[in-house]
Design a binder for this molecule. Sequence first.
Ligand SMILES: CC(C)(COP(=O)(O)OP(=O)(O)OC[C@H]1O[C@@H](n2cnc3c(N)ncnc32)[C@H](O)[C@@H]1OP(=O)(O)O)[C@@H](O)C(=O)NCCC(=O)NCCS
Length: 171
Amino acid sequence: MTVRLVPFADEHVDPMERTIVDDAILRFTGIPVPTPPGWVQLWRKRFIEEDREHWAIVDGEEFAGYAVTGPLDREGLQVELGYAVSPWARGRGIATAALDLLTRWALDAGFLRLTLLIDTENVASQRVAEKAGYTYEGTHRSMPHKNGERVDLQCWSLLPGDLGGPRGQHG
Ligand SMILES: CC(C)(COP(=O)(O)OP(=O)(O)OC[C@H]1O[C@@H](n2cnc3c(N)ncnc32)[C@H](O)[C@@H]1OP(=O)(O)O)[C@@H](O)C(=O)NCCC(=O)NCCS
């Protein structure tokens, strides 16, 4: 397994469209349901407008999912991170490897508080957070989700010192 985060490019649009039809992704991410045709291109545009980052996750040469940040808080130096793995690539540690890379990117960029918001029912993602060294802080109750739904979201965080070693880096 050789997991990398690469800039999201035109070649990733097709596997991304095949990825976001997955039930777990539609349930646990903000991707609209139903997903309008051409939504991936709008999604890409939004990252530039909102000062956020997005990457394709690749394993070798295979598209394996996507990784994102929320809006970059360059004054408060905090950032929310997110990830999803294509259904065909799950269960082999890709999300954990991708979150390690995202975490390293955020620490290298100088952020001092990294957060993940994870649905209380999304046990796989909670496990990923735990494996990547994040700390469970508590649960935000009844957060607005989409289509009028509300969900309970666990907040997990990582601070530079949490991973040990110089500048909090690991690996
Ligand atoms: C959550 C998700 C990213 C995990 O991707 P992945 O590449 O399969 O994750 P990993 O292989 O790195 O690790 C998954 C861990 O969760 C565990 N797991 C998976 N499904 C589980 C379940 N239903 N119950 C409990 N644990 C589960 C795995 O066993 C593994 O832990 P282990 O290494 O201790 O065995 C993927 O399922 C996904 O994209 N889900 C939909 C989108 C999403 O939820 N994104 C995160 C939003 S916060």
